[in-house]
Design a binder for this molecule. Structure first.
Ligand SMILES: *Cc1c(COP(=O)(O)O)cnc(C)c1O
Length: 362
């Protein structure tokens, strides 16, 4: 089989080594005479798998298990849009949101269904081509938390700066850049990432939470939705998505073996530079959507002169073995998602292809 160069936004590319390892172990897990798919989630094997997955993630980001807990949950990042306010909003408390793209807006709207939420900063007036300045953000004393999306998957922008929130918990949706670059994670009291972008397959969401915030969460929500329930049961309160967790563990091991976050960041910058160069050196044939200081190293977005040409680009690229380049249906344009599992070579192939396409149609 010839593998496509896969630029899908999520679910997204996984390293071939990870897929092959998952295949090898699918039928007989750990010499147990059965598949992990057939095993009780109360077995020693699954307990060990879940514990090791949580430990590996914490080790990769260098946070201390005395201060932070990792929880593995279902429901995707979208479930966290609701669970965060359910835990931390209450009478007289306001959840404040940095708006930087559609996912951050979705998180904000979900909070409004739960309690009081307000906008702390927004980049909407620029059509999401710029990020709001969060450096001098001023938070009223009734602020329960500040929520931000560190990388805007659909628009293709990424925060380089983190706000100083004083004593207010900072909460991050890091679905599309966790482990893609180093960040001062200790500035956050809670962050989460659905696995299907940078961490593995769909079905599991990793959530990292400081112990003090974990203890302060609202208890009057159903046990199945409570972070504390997952912490007390080692993420095994009910049946977890066992196989998704397994593939995530393989992906985390792969990340570590490649050199960890520092190496992923180095490659990410190299990959992004290749594609932004193809855009910037095209004499305006390709036009970047996001202004250069705010550009993402994970999702590269650009436009062509018109939608017909964009469609032609995506279709012909697909036929040429470069998959997943159409922009999100809500914004159009083109997008290359270059998560950790996408090799530098894929970006070189795409850049060469972009140059050819420009010579033909420019
Ligand atoms: C993909 C994505 C989501 C949505 O994730 P689901 O798992 O589909 O709910 C939310 N936030 C960001 C930043 C994303 O990239």
């Amino acid at each position: 089989m010839k593998r496509a160069w896969n630029f899908n936004p999520g679910p997204a590319a996984l390293p071939l080594e990870v897929l092959e390892r998952a295949r090898e172990t699918l039928v007989d897990y750990d010499g147990k005479g059965m598949s992990l798919l057939e095993m009780s989630h109360r077995s020693e094997e699954v307990e060990r798998l879940v514990g090791q997955t949580e430990e590996t993630l914490l080790r990769l980001i260098g946070l201390n298990s005395a201060d932070y807990r990792v929880l593995l949950m279902a429901g995707g990042a979208s479930a966290q849009f609701a669970l965060v306010p359910l835990h931390f909003l209450g009478p007289g408390k306001v959840g404040r949101y940095v708006l930087s793209g559609s996912f951050s807006e979705k998180a904000y709207r979900e909070a409004q269904t739960v309690g009081e939420a307000a906008v702390a900063a927004t980049g909407k007036a620029s059509g999401w081509s710029r990020l709001p300045d969060v450096s001098g953000i001023d938070l009223e004393p009734d602020t329960a938390y500040l929520h931000m999306t560190t990388n805007n998957t659909i628009e293709g922008s990424q925060f380089r700066q983190l706000p100083d929130t004083g004593g207010v918990p900072l909460i991050g949706d890091m679905t599309s850049d966790l482990l893609g670059r180093s960040l001062d994670w200790s500035r956050f009291s809670l962050f989460y990432a659905a696995a299907q972008k940078n961490l593995g397959p769909a079905g599991v969401t990793a959530l990292v939470i400081r112990n003090d915030l974990l203890q302060s969460g609202n208890e009057r929500i159903p046990a199945i939705f409570r972070y504390k329930t997952f912490a007390e049961h080692g993420s095994l309160y009910n049946t977890p998505p066992v196989h998704a967790i397994y593939v995530m563990k393989l992906m985390l091991d792969w990340t570590e073996a490649q050199g960890g976050v520092a190496e992923m960041e180095r490659r990410g910058e190299e990959k992004a530079a290749i594609l932004y160069r193809a855009i910037d050196d095209s004499d305006g044939f390709y036009r970047g959507i996001v202004e250069p200081p705010f550009r993402s190293t994970m999702n590269v977005t650009w436009r062509l002169a018109d939608e017909a040409l964009e469609r032609k680009f995506a279709d012909e690229a697909e036929r040429g073995g470069l998959a997943g380049l159409a922009g999100h249906r809500s914004v159009g344009g083109l997008r290359a998602s270059i998560y950790n599992a996408v090799p530098v070579e894929a970006c070189r192939e795409l850049a060469a292809w972009m140059n050819d396409f420009r010579r033909k149609f420019g």
